[in-house]
Write a protein that binds this ligand. Structure first.
Ligand code: NAD
Length: 317
């Protein structure tokens, strides 16, 4: 008998949710049961049919079906990519309040099902929605994770790899803070293999320049806007980022990923959910990695934390 059941429930079968589902099916071996839930049941049904028709071409078999909240009971992970779009003239806080109502309609039935796994949130603004999930579910903080700056970090490593002509896998660099305008790159922590990039910039002034680092950071920060203006939404990259986090959890990898996690004194902060490098394994956030930031990086981090605090405090929960 196969006791290695790995079950994931996806709530929100829009572009982001289904990009994740498609990546899971194509990468293979990540989970063997995938349940799709959406307020639009017809859509979830159609998506399940469509994915099932591709299974014959997939690397490994899996069970995919449109389900109900009771199906969360024995799930390992509930991924949330459900959300509403911004209306004309609506403020960011209005949108946040409406998404909070969406989450109220989701978290309560998930918890009632007896779900005892890990929440992984992708809905924007992701750091706030992760904190909302934590507050509504009353789960332990290590079991409530947001995608945080995982995608931004992937974008950064791709751009740095291109700049230094090095495989991004050998670039160690993180985008931290809010997944949004106040995020930043602590340059003091960027490494090419084991050599720090600040040292490389110092040693090789002709080829590499600090201004280029600033430009790369700006490109990372604004890439979502550019993609949205070109094709209305971003979804493949985030779909693959969610897949990567799910794989780290189910594989008990202890991989370091920049997810949105609750700080409990790290980075001189408490309570806020914010993108920081974390060791991710079977039980969610195993440890928050505290980077040795410079004074100006600490200031940027506190600024980003404050942005998130202010947004969260404006919410009616
Ligand atoms: P979408 O409109 O295509 O999909 C949203 C889905 O949520 C729809 O299928 C809708 O029916 C469903 N939904 C709405 N209310 C629901 C409810 N009460 N219960 C269940 N399902 C419900 O949107 P999308 O492009 O897939 O984006 C989804 C979210 O992901 C947005 O908030 C977006 O901003 C966010 N996003 C996050 C990142 C990131 O890095 N974290 C990147 C891109 C997008």
């Amino acid at each position: 008998m196969n006791t290695d059941k790995r079950k994931v429930v996806l709530i929100g079968t829009g572009m982001v949710g289904m990009s994740f589902a498609y990546a899971v099916v194509n990468q293979g071996g990540i989970c063997n049961e995938l349940v799709l839930i959406d307020v639009n049941k017809e859509r979830a049904n159609g998506e399940a049919m469509d994915l099932n028709h591709g299974l014959a071409f997939a690397k490994s078999n899996m069970r995919i079906y449109a389900g109900e909240y009771k199906d969360c009971k024995d799930a390992d992970i509930v991924v949330i990519a459900a959300g509403v779009a911004q209306k004309d003239g609506e403020t960011r806080l209005d949108l946040l309040q409406r998404n909070t109502e969406v989450f109220r309609s989701i978290i309560s039935p998930v918890v009632k099902s007896g779900f005892d796994g890990i929440f992984l949130v992708a809905t924007n603004p992701v750091d706030i929605m992760t904190r909302v999930t934590y507050e509504l579910s009353r789960f332990g903080a290590s079991r409530v994770i947001g995608t945080g700056t995982s995608l931004d970090t992937a974008r950064l490593r791709y751009l740095l790899g291109d700049y230094f002509t090095v495989d991004p896998k050998n670039i160690h660099a993180y985008v931290i803070g809010e997944h949004g305008d106040s995020e930043f790159v602590p340059l003091s922590q960027v490494m090419l293999a084991t050599k720090s990039v600040t040292e490389i910039l110092e040693d090789d002034k002709n080829d590499y320049k600090i201004e280029d680092m600033e430009s790369i950071e700006e490109q990372v920060r604004t890439s979502a806007y550019k993609i949205i203006s070109a094709k209305r939404a971003t979804y493949y990259g985030i779909g693959m980022a969610i897949t990567r986090i799910v794989k780290a959890i189910l594989g008990d990898e202890n991989s370091v990923l920049t997810v949105s996690a609750k700080l409990c004194g790290e980075y001189e902060s408490k309570n806020v959910f914010i993108g920081v490098p974390c060791i991710i394994g079977r039980n969610g956030v195993k440890e928050i990695v505290e980077l040795s930031l410079t004074d100006s990086e600490k200031e940027k981090f506190q600024n980003s934390r404050q942005v998130l605090e202010d947004s969260f405090n404006g919410l009616e929960l």
